[in-house]
Structure formats: C-alpha cells, structure tokens
Write a new protein. Structure first.
Length: 263
C-alpha cells in the first residue's frame, strides 16, 4: 500500500456522505485534506474537525465545482498551504429525482445543472490539478465517483444516469490524456445507504428501495459511504499500475438488471 503520510487530497463534496467518509479515511492514514462544500458549511466544519483529531491538517473551502474560477481557487489554496496536491477525489454531485417514465419531469436547465456539477465540474477540477500533479516526482491520482446509474441506465433520473455515464467515458479519456504521471480511475456505487437518498426519495420509498436492492444483490448488502470510501482508497494507494478502470461497488446488484426505480 502506498504511504499517504503528509500527502494532500482534495475531496469535492466532502461535507457529508461518501466525501466525508473518504476524507476521514484518508486522514486516518496521515493524509492532509481539503474539505469542500457548496452549501453545507456546518457539515464541512465537523468533518474537518474529525480529520484534525486524527492528527492531520484540514482546509475547508466553499466552492461550486461547476464554476471553473472556484475550482482553480480551491486548488490554489491547497498549493499555498501545502505546496502540493497528490490526490483528487471528484465526489461532488447533484441530481433531480424524477421517474424515468416522466419525460416532462426534466428540462434542459435540469440537464445543464446536473451536467455542470457532475461532468463539467469533474473535468474542471482535474484540469486545475493536472499541472501540479505532472510536476510532482511521483505524479498523482484522480478518482471519479460515478454510479452504476451510468452503466445500467437506472437511478434517480435519466439526466443523472446520463451524467454518470459521461463521467465513466471521461475517465477513460482523461486516463489516456494524463498518463504516465497521473492515474485516473472511477468507482461506480449502486444504492448508497444514507440521508441523501432518503431525502430524495422520501422515507417510504427509500426503505422499499433499500430492501429490494439488498434482496437483489448477490452479497445481500448495499453500499455505504464507508464501503465506497474503501473502494476509492484502492485506486489511491493500491497497485500503481492501474488507470482508466471502473470499479462497481454495489454488492453485486448490477448482476440483476431490474431497474431500481421500478422495484
């Protein structure tokens, strides 16, 4: 396993959920972290405090990754504080919860907003760190948090599924473009237990989907923020010869192709 002591990681959308779990995990391994938030400042401060209790430094930075100027400012802040950026986890994401059969439920503006964060934000953040990672002796690692929605066409909305599919494709393109100094990989979680999906679907539907996903998964489990963070760590500190790969994290749920939103 690669030693992460005194390395620097930027984790977008890390005030809660998968991003927060990833920040805590990397901190436990000695990695300094940038905690990014768009609206949840309180959550970001709590995550930063948790990370600092583990003996590392944390920088809190409010930014909307859909805005290139804010992406560049976040990277500049990390460079000013530590003089390096070794890891980027593109976790910031958004959606609109719309049944796939409801084609009138999504507007062009919905697609543009979702793509702005999920796809363009991912690209802009990668671009902002690329020169610094290329200049480093041992390069850097980028991990994109996509979704099984991008592989199977399921999930919270068609716009979301399409955006995550674009992230998977972009991972391949960026891996080719940024090698040999920068490795670019993606994780594709399925249903993730937690408040984000609970709030989006509502309690009743959330519980029904949770149960149906567990029943359909080969391993009988669904993903959690912590298990997705573990998968992200594989690409960061695991074999350094892996790039352009996508790891599905869903307990084997993708082996059953029944759409999640119809269960």
């Amino acid at each position: 396993m690669k030693d992460l002591t005194n390395r620097v990681a930027i984790i977008t959308g890390s005030s809660s959920g998968v991003g927060a779990a990833t920040a805590r995990l990397l901190s436990s391994l000695g990695c300094n972290v940038v905690i990014n938030y768009n609206s949840n400042a309180e959550g970001a401060h709590q995550v930063a405090a948790d990370c600092e209790e583990l003996g590392v430094q944390a920088l809190i930075f409010g930014a909307n990754v859909a805005a290139d100027k804010e992406c560049r400012a976040m990277v500049a802040a990390a460079m000013e504080k530590w003089g390096r950026v070794d890891i980027l986890v593109n976790n910031a994401g958004t959606t609109k919860f719309v049944e796939h059969s409801n084609l009138d439920g999504l507007s062009a503006e919905d697609f543009q907003r979702i793509y702005g964060v999920n796809v363009i934000g991912c690209y802009q953040m990668t671009r902002a760190v690329s020169a610094h990672m290329k200049a480093a002796e041992d390069g850097g690692a980028v991990v994109n948090v996509a979704s099984t929605a991008g592989i199977t066409g399921i999930g919270s909305s068609i716009a979301y599924a399409a955006s995550k599919g674009a992230m998977v494709t972009m991972t391949l393109a960026l891996a080719r473009a940024l090698g040999p100094k920068i490795r670019v990989n993606a994780v594709c979680p399925g249903f993730i237990e937690g408040e984000w999906l609970r709030q989006g679907f509502g309690d009743e539907k959330y519980e029904a989907l949770l149960q149906s996903n567990r029943e359909a998964a080969v391993l009988g489990v669904t993903a959690t923020p912590a298990t997705v963070a573990d998968a992200i760590l594989v690409f960061i500190s695991g074999p350094q010869v892996i790039t352009g790969e996508t790891l599905i994290v869903d307990g084997g749920r993708h082996l059953s192709m029944t759409p999640l939103t119809r269960r």
